[in-house]
Each structure stands twice: as C-alpha cells, then as structure tokens.
Ligand binder design. Sequence first.
Ligand SMILES: [Zn+2]
Ligand SMILES: [Zn+2]
Length: 85
Amino acid sequence: MSGLVIHPKCGKRFASGDRTGHCAACCETFYGLAAFDQHLIRADHRVSCSVPTADGGEWHLDSAGRWHIGEPMSAAAVARLRGAA
Ligand SMILES: [Zn+2]
Ligand SMILES: [Zn+2]
C-alpha cells in the first residue's frame, strides 16, 4: 500500500513507498536510496545533512518535490538505452 504521508515536523506530504525517503533531520524528500544516501555527510562518526540545491549540478527536483541525483533521463537517453548497444 502506498499513499501520502505527512511529516508532522514540517507538514510536507510525500508518497510512502520503497523509492521515496523523507529525511527527518533536514525535511527534504529524496527519490531512491542513492539520492537519499548522497545528501548525508558522514564525518567523525556523525551524520549530517547537505541540503541539495538545483543549481545545475547533479541534483534535480521533480514536480512532486522529490530530489533526484544524476543526469535526468532525457528522451534521447532512453532511446539509446533501448537501442543498439
Ligand atoms: Zn537530511
Ligand atoms: Zn519533514
């Protein structure tokens, strides 16, 4: 079952599911474990957050307010994946 969950601390809604993670510390929502993991900074046995910014770097905010990491999949990239190797 998936549905919308509201985090009481920030009031943000996010889809509850395997792929979406809402960080209880910085209250950002991430799509996929890789993206979630990437915003964590591990140093001296402590974990802190780096809040992503959409400044043309590797982070991308989707229409649902979730952060993705890496190159966005363009139509051309999808076509390449499906086409000849
Ligand atoms: Zn965080
Ligand atoms: Zn929150």
